[in-house]
Design a protein around this ligand. Sequence first.
Ligand SMILES: [Zn+2]
Ligand SMILES: [Zn+2]
Length: 203
Amino acid sequence: MFMSKHVTAPALAVDVRELLRSPGAHRHVVVRAPLDDLATPVASVPPDRPVTVDAEIESVVEGLLVSGTVRATAVVGCVRCLRDLDHELEVEVRELFALEPGDDEDEGYAVLPDDRLPLDTMARDALVLAFPAFPLCRPDCAGLCPVCGADRNAMDCGHGGTEDIDPRWAGLADLRTTLPEGFGEPQRGAPINKEDDDARPQA
Ligand SMILES: [Zn+2]
Ligand SMILES: [Zn+2]
């Protein structure tokens, strides 16, 4: 499973000795601790921010069934303006933990030899998969100016307007800026706001 190779001392471990002795029993737990290694290129849960697992642990024939939520506040970077922002994550989980470690697939999803249930791998996998793929600080973030790099949410650097161009015509706009001054303008039929207006017949 994703990132399941992380098997150092668990930060989110629950003593389940009593549950293991009584099939059918269940117990509600809330555990909260920071986790390391919670980062991707687009988002992270910094090591100083706790992760909360709020779950019901049920003793079943196959092992222990954990169902509930994993919560944390991630830091994500807006893909348009690169600003860091907090992003609340609340992820539903439902995982079966084996009574004994099996093959590598189960690593991090099995009861520990000392009868503790390590919830770190489950929490880490759930949060990383819930990281937004295309974070935006707000839906209409204006982004950075491609010309000067200014944050267009904060200021008008004067290079505006390009966002109004239909992407299909962007190439045409580039072409236009490379044409000689005045090229093509008489064909547009609109009043031409230029110094030499008077020298031309009005359309
Ligand atoms: Zn933004
Ligand atoms: Zn600019």
